[in-house]
Write a protein that binds this ligand. Structure first.
Ligand code: ZN
Length: 277
């Protein structure tokens, strides 16, 4: 039904008008996760990254024709408008598949990394492990290439290389990717501080940006994100308003590369604007 209306609006041209009106005042932040080399026919699609390289490059080409791209700092500049691209979780496919495309178009990226699967390379993110169980996939039958392309985390060296590229920025996405609203204050603090410290130590750069796992946060989580020394924090498109605009920055999740889908996602009908100051 949503797709039907997206198509209807897209083909009626109304989205183009709305898009222009909206972007004249605002900026948008897009959220991606993993991007694989290819899709697999043998593995359940719920276990695969939503996008492959071809789809990702289609999206980048489409956006590049219509919008300017921002660096993270520029979302606080009222005069700037455009799009910031963010990538969650810290998949190794970001380094292998995403960065070469961004570099070739000279487009900045902000990479939010959960640090546990950097420190323990065999320890995949908890939601991947849960999905493996849910879809009863035996890890042993997966090829080494597919594991690297779909599930492995960035290595320490890859994170350092990304951080050393002036185009890109590293942010934190906790240590173990928990729902922070379900943790005690002590555990919230260790997720926020330990990931920040680890990334700062290896990159030798301040880690100023944070993304909430699952987009979940509350007043206590925001207070602790501020206390840990982050400059801003990003959610997803369901946002609560605690009047903390720099710590409740909404993002648009992108899971498809069709033109009508992208246009609909960037319309006022679908998305609240960024109000970071
Ligand atoms: Zn995540």
């Amino acid at each position: 039904m949503k797709i039907f209306f997206s198509k209807l609006f897209y083909y009626s041209g109304i989205f183009n008008i709305l898009k222009k009106v909206n972007l004249s005042n605002n900026k948008f932040i897009l959220m991606f996760h993993g991007v694989s080399k290819n899709k697999s026919n043998s593995l359940n699609q719920h276990l695969q990254p939503h996008l492959d390289i071809k789809q990702f490059e289609n999206i980048i080409k489409m956006l590049n024709e219509n919008y300017c791209f921002l660096k993270p700092d520029e979302i606080f500049n009222n005069k700037k408008k455009g799009i910031l691209l963010t990538f969650d979780d810290g998949f190794q496919n970001n380094y292998n598949n995403v960065i070469p495309i961004l570099n070739s178009y000279d487009i900045p990226g902000l990479f939010f990394i959960s640090t546990q699967h950097v420190i323990e390379p065999n320890n995949w993110l908890s939601f991947i492990k849960q999905n493996m169980k849910k879809y009863t996939v035996n890890q042993d039958i997966l090829s080494a290439d597919l594991k690297i392309d779909y599930f492995d985390g960035l290595t320490k060296d890859q994170i350092i290389k990304i951080a050393n590229n002036p185009l890109h920025t590293i942010g934190s996405h906790t240590v173990t990717h928990p729902d922070l609203t379900k943790l005690s204050v002590t555990n919230i603090d260790s997720e926020l501080i330990n990931s920040k410290n680890y990334l700062e130590n290896i990159t030798n750069k301040p880690i100023e940006y944070f993304a909430y796992p699952y987009g979940n946060y509350n007043k206590i989580v925001i207070e602790n994100v501020k206390k840990a020394g982050y400059k801003a924090a990003f959610g997803i498109d369901k946002i609560n308003f605690f009047g903390e605009s720099n710590f409740e920055i909404p993002r648009i999740g992108i899971y498809d590369d069709s033109k009508y889908y992208i246009t609909a996602k960037l319309s006022v009908l679908n998305q609240k604007s960024v109000q970071a100051k």
